[in-house]
Design a binder for this molecule. Structure first.
Ligand code: HT7
Ligand code: ZN
Length: 870
């Protein structure tokens, strides 16, 4: 496949002023008429010529006419990727008629059918599967869309903008005309038609306009939209208050669909969501589901400005909208809930998803330099590392400086398609600063590793902190530059008092920072709040970590100290386990000091319950695998379980108290405080069961039976899931019976079984593929059964006999013919072969070879498999 390079960007030769689309919807053959008002781009490069090239894939061209004259077959050429013809002049009108088949569209890009509704997904390059068009984000046009459809099966007809007209047609059909006054690129186009229920509300904007808010769902799900609607209203208000950004149309629609490749899509005024991120009521959704709904609804809404009003010039600039919008949604959630708990979640996610990406074969900069398939670049690096880059700008400029930069960015670029450099320039100009070095984060891949050393001079009352940075080579980038990063530092006295709190600017490979007037040897709290997204190589002594766990005023670093201590203990034990032939308890040795510190955290009522729940969770098996080379999945699993068992045993009485004290008889509410209480109780239950004392497995079974909400039910099932206890089978059977018809809820049931550490897991996953609710055509099902097996069950995925890899490879090959975008996303776990022992590495490479040998492999899967194999 062809490699697209950032340096090759050229402005479009022709622009489109206005698009008029007419859809005649039919499941088998939908007819699309497109009228395009075209003008030559006044700033087009020299030598642009008069050839017009439109993108187009997988559809039938019925006809093309220029200025109302139908072209003969020798006047245009059409191939697998598009349509080319000669421009008659500087301005002209083109009419194109195409046919597409929504019902056979299993890729879920372009126009497809989900359940019985028609819907579209055009980002990044789905519009070219609907009609021939310059399908690139720097071509922005106003759209008028007419939808004709069967009135009985499609009573609801939606597109972007405002409804201009609607009425009946012959043959039991009807139509609607939608007009979007804001010029937009084709990736923001959307259409939905189907028999959907509607939940309505409204929002009064800061300038007093009433905006109608509608959420469309399948009939029967109307009682599951309240939280999404409330989240939407809170997002609209937050964007007005924090960013001064007001919604710009009188209507905002959201549609929830079951078949969707990603989480949601920010189409102008017609957001389309994966139903899993809209539908929630207490007995079907967990606290985590509520949190995700809140943040994804906010994220998509925030795109109305950061993405839609100001969009990307080309797809290399994807982080311009995604990094900024993730930062915005993280800050929104921090304001709605607990700021430190939100930061812990965001960092845990960054470490779990982005750091491994940055350290593996798929490492790429926040602003990539090349791609084969842009769908493969909706990555943790572009999104989450991109958000960290914006967060560092915020830290450097301060809240007011950042806001000045944001105001200038939107003033300067409203209605334009721009670059990451344009964003940084607005920040620079508004604050009169030079961000040249900070901007290296856009272009340099890899996670920097920082080391530090403190030196106290009692005579001079000075503390000197020497910090050094290093970034390992990544594919295509052997040499790395020093990056600019803000490092928040705290110095604590022996009594726990804060002596200093300061953010220093690290710009050199090695740099010294001096702190004056320090009267005692301080304990260092380094990189507070994770002010820079880096690894810290320096190991702090265990007693300092315990001290920070109990005294740091920075809650993030309290949590971080516990994570570091637990990681150090487990890594040492894993090494020992490998030497001592598999005695995990013996390998751990005496862990009393650590557990004593955990007790103090558990019993510290000054700390928020959600924070305590997080601080008591040990780093996961995947995280530990990242720290070991070669990673031994069995050793990691055994050691982590052994430590959990010891904590559960030593703190049994304390966890039992916590469990019983945190029962709530009040009706379920999804607020952060109640969720924190449930999370702490679930953590206690997990440790009690881990202690191995059989009474607690009974307690979990009882919690499952008596639960009055999904959070408590899933917490019980999650711990039973790994056991041989009869309560497990009973609970799983009950769950299936209760929720068998509920596709969104059943994903949890599939996922749990795929993540079980029981020996029969792979056999069970294979059986579940023939379950009536499972289908490879639904991405949520594939992700919850197949994806969870590979990404959240390292012990079984990496089974020494290769059975996990073999099963998984068969699925990737099967899926590639159905949905290449999802197949490619699922391929990444096989690319981690370099982290494993020779035998596993050989098996993983053989699996990638088998993927690559697939006849007619998609561009999506080829790119990931070939880069992973290299
Ligand atoms: N901007 C969207 C990204 C997206 C997407 C969504 C659904 C299906 C396929 C997709 N390809 C790209 C989602 C977002 O970041 O908000
Ligand atoms: Zn986004």
């Amino acid at each position: 496949p062809q490699v697209i390079r950032r340096e090759d960007y050229t402005a479009p030769a022709f622009l489109i002023d206005k698009v008029e689309l007419v859809f005649d919807l039919d499941r088998d053959v939908t007819n699309v008429k497109s009228r395009l008002f075209i003008i030559a781009n006044p700033v087009r490069g020299t030598g642009a010529g008069n050839e017009v090239s439109f993108d187009g894939e997988d559809m039938k061209l019925v006809s093309i006419a220029i200025d109302d004259r139908k072209l003969g077959v020798d006047e245009y050429s059409v191939d697998k990727t598009g349509l080319t013809f000669t421009a008659p002049g500087e301005t002209f009108v083109v009419d194109i008629e195409t046919q597409v088949s929504p019902v056979t569209n299993t890729r879920l890009e372009g126009l497809y059918v989900s359940q019985s509704a028609f819907c579209t997904q055009c980002e990044a390059e789905g519009f070219r599967r609907i009609t021939y068009f310059p399908d690139r984000p720097d071509v922005m046009a106003t759209f008028t869309v007419t939808i004709n459809a069967d009135k009985a099966t499609c009573p609801v007809l939606l597109s972007n903008g405002n409804l201009a007209k609607s009425g009946d047609l012959d043959g039991n059909r009807h139509f609607a005309v939608w007009e979007d006054p804001f010029p937009k690129p084709s990736y923001l186009f959307a259409l939905v038609a189907g028999d959907l229920a509607c939940v309505e509300d409204s929002f009064k904007t800061v300038s007093g306009r009433d905006v109608a808010l509608r959420i469309f769902v399948e009939h029967g799900n109307e009682d599951r939209c309240d939280y999404a609607m409330d989240s939407l209203k809170r997002s609209m208000k937050w964007d007005e208050e924090v960013y001064g950004l007001e919604y710009d149309l009188d209507l905002f629609n959201i549609v929830a669909v079951s078949d969707f490749n990603m989480g949601a899509m920010e189409n102008k005024s017609l957001n389309i969501f994966n139903a899993k991120y809209i539908l929630a009521k207490p007995d079907t959704a967990t606290d985590m589901d509520y949190e995700l709904i809140e943040s994804i609804v906010a994220h998509e809404y925030f795109h109305n400005w950061s993405g839609n009003r100001v969009t990307c010039r080309d797809w290399f600039q994807l982080s311009l909208k995604e990094g900024l919008t993730v930062f915005r949604d993280q800050e929104f959630s921090a304001d709605q809930r607990s700021r430190p708990v939100q930061r812990i979640k965001d960092v845990a996610q960054l470490r779990a998803r982005q750091f491994p990406e940055d350290g593996g074969p798929l490492a790429h900069p926040v602003r990539p330099d090349s791609y084969m398939e842009i769908n493969n670049f909706y990555t943790a690096t572009v999104y989450e590392k991109g958000a960290e880059l914006i967060r560092m700008m915020h830290t450097l400029l301060g809240a007011d400086g950042y806001r000045k930069g944001i105001d200038l960015y939107f003033d300067r670029h409203d209605g334009q398609a721009v670059t990451c450099d344009d964003f940084a320039k607005a920040m620079e100009d508004a604050n009169d600063v030079d961000l040249t070095q900070l901007k290296r984060w856009y272009s340099q891949a890899g996670t920097p590793s920082l080391s530090w050393k403190g030196d106290y001079d009692a005579d001079a009352k000075q503390f000197r902190l020497t910090v050094s940075q290093k970034t390992a080579p990544t594919p295509g980038q052997p040499d790395k530059f020093a990056l600019h990063m803000p490092i928040a530092i705290g110095l604590l006295g022996k009594d726990g008092k804060e002596l200093v709190s300061r953010t220093v600017q690290l710009t050199e490979n090695e740099q010294e920072f001096v702190f004056d007037n320090i009267n005692e040897t301080p304990v260092v709290s380094f990189n507070r709040g994770f002010s820079a997204p880096v690894n810290i190589a320096t190991q702090q002594p265990h007693d300092e970590l315990v001290f920070l766990m109990g005294n740091d005023s920075d809650a993030f670093n309290r949590w971080e100290s516990a994570q570091k201590y637990a990681t150090a203990l487990m890594l040492a034990a894993i090494e020992e386990f490998e030497k001592n032939d598999g005695d995990a308890d013996g390998a751990l040795g005496d862990v009393t000091d650590f557990i004593t510190a955990m007790r103090a955290t558990l019993q510290n009522d000054d700390l928020d319950k959600a924070f305590r729940a997080d601080a008591l969770v040990l780093p996961g098996e995947e995280f530990l695998s990242e720290q070991r080379k070669p990673a031994n999945p069995e050793a990691i699993h055994q050691v982590r379980n052994a430590l959990r068992k010891q904590i559960g045993t030593m703190l049994k009485a304390e966890f039992a108290d916590t469990y019983h004290q945190n029962v709530s008889n009040a009706a379920f509410t999804p607020d952060a405080q109640s969720a924190g209480q449930r999370a702490l109780r679930a953590t206690a239950l997990g440790y009690l069961v881990a202690s191995g004392d059989a009474q607690f497995a009974d307690l979990a079974a009882a919690q499952y039976r008596n639960a009055n909400n999904m959070t408590d039910r899933m917490a019980a099932l999650a711990v039973l899931n790994h056991l041989d206890h009869p309560g497990r089978a009973e609970a799983l059977a009950d769950f299936e019976e209760r929720f068998g018809k509920d596709t969104v809820v059943m994903d949890k049931w599939f996922g749990l079984q795929a993540m079980s550490s029981r020996d029969d897991t792979l056999a069970r996953v294979k059986d579940l593929m023939s379950h009536p609710s499972f289908t490879m055509r639904n991405p949520n099902k594939v992700r919850s059964l197949i994806g969870a097996f590979a990404m959240a069950n390292p012990r079984h995925f990496h089974a020494a006999d290769g059975s996990g890899y073999e099963f998984y490879t068969d699925r990737l090959i099967e899926l590639d013919d159905i949905n290449p975008q999802v197949a490619a996303r699922l391929c990444a776990p096989l690319g981690k072969w370099a982290k494993y022992d020779d035998d596993r590495a050989a098996k993983m490479k053989a699996a990638l070879d088998r993927v690559l040998a697939k006849p007619e492999i998609s561009r999506d899967l080829y790119e990931i498999a070939s880069k992973s194999r290299a």
